[in-house]
Design a protein around this ligand. Structure first.
Ligand code: ADP
Ligand code: MG
Length: 286
């Protein structure tokens, strides 16, 4: 079996690029003139946490990259090509678990791989192997034959993550993925996703409303200004690495507390409206 070759982007082409992208819903502007770049980082991946006041356009940005929404003005490019529709190379994980209730865990993870088998270039045995490996990575070994209703909320999110990662997406878009989970499960899932990132190196954009979650997960934190949203702060240097450290342990460390303070202060400034949405604001960092 041969994989269908994807058009190769020239070297140096960003993974994701928004060029002066705006989104309007009728008279209301949800995103205004957003320009940003996420570089291609083969073998490493970027992990960007996205924070911002409620309604500032965070989900709108993810929907643009996912191809669920088109910009009213400007451009959104993925690997140099305008995004025109959803694609399995851009995986989305929502707060509410979304899988097939009539399929067991193994079949849920295999399903997308079967649909995309030509792109992935995997035969049946290789697909089964990959499904098994990912089910193991997300801590669901032994649960392969269970159906979603037989799993806890955290386990269901694990299926969604395994299913999405099985397609080897260039970017994983996560929209408040752990908000519906209880606190202990949320911390487990934070640790899991950081481990997976460290092991598989996908690029991840993760919207969250928790400052500690943003600092624990991301290696960069973007903070959006109030609607119409824009990236007002891009904080990277002070964010400590988390792989291999449990969230509760990480949160006690001095560098983590310092990063959380920096992010909190920036968040406070956008929440107070000190950072207005203007092209100048996008340049402000740290
Ligand atoms: N389909 C839509 N029609 C009209 N308004 C919308 C639509 N989707 C989002 N909005 C509005 O756009 C703004 C940004 O929404 P969203 O991106 O969901 O914000 P958040 O940052 O909370 O994720 C909100 O005020 C929301 O009400
Ligand atoms: Mg949202």
């Amino acid at each position: 079996m041969t994989a269908t070759p994807l058009p190769q982007a020239p070297e140096g082409t960003p993974l994701i690029e928004c060029r002066n992208a705006s989104v309007r819903f009728g008279d209301f502007t949800a995103l205004h003139d957003v320009t940003l770049t996420v570089p291609e980082s083969p073998g490493k991946g970027n992990f960007i946490s996205i924070l911002g006041p409620s309604g500032c356009g965070k989900s709108t940005l993810l929907n643009l990259v996912a191809g669920l929404l088109m910009p009213s003005a400007g451009q959104v490019l993925y690997r140099g090509q305008p995004v025109t529709r959803p694609g399995s190379d851009r995986g989305m994980i929502f707060q509410q678990y979304s899988s097939f209730p009539h399929l067991n865990v193994r079949r849920n993870v295999l399903f997308g791989m079967e649909i995309n088998k030509h792109r992935l270039g995997l035969d049946r045995r290789q697909r089964l192997e990959r499904a098994g490996r990912l089910i193991d990575h997300v801590g669901l070994a032994g649960h392969e034959d269970k159906y979603p209703h037989q799993l806890s909320g955290g386990q269901q999110q694990r299926v969604a993550i395994a299913r999405t990662l099985a397609l080897e997406p260039g970017v994983l878009l996560m929209d408040e993925p752990f908000s519906a989970l209880d606190e202990p499960t949320r911390l487990e899932m934070q640790e899991l996703i950081v481990q997976l990132w460290d092991r598989i190196h996908p690029t991840i954009l993760c919207v969250t409303h928790s400052i500690t979650e943003a600092v624990y997960l991301g290696e960069r934190v973007w903070i959006f200004s109030r609607a119409p949203g824009q990236v007002a702060f891009d904080i990277g240097d002070c964010i400590p690495r988390s792989p291999g450290i449990a969230p509760r342990v990480a949160q006690e460390q001095a560098d983590f507390k310092n990063a959380a303070r920096v992010v909190m202060e920036a968040f406070r400034r956008v929440s107070d409206g000190q950072i207005a949405a203007s092209p100048a604001a996008a340049k402000e960092t740290r």
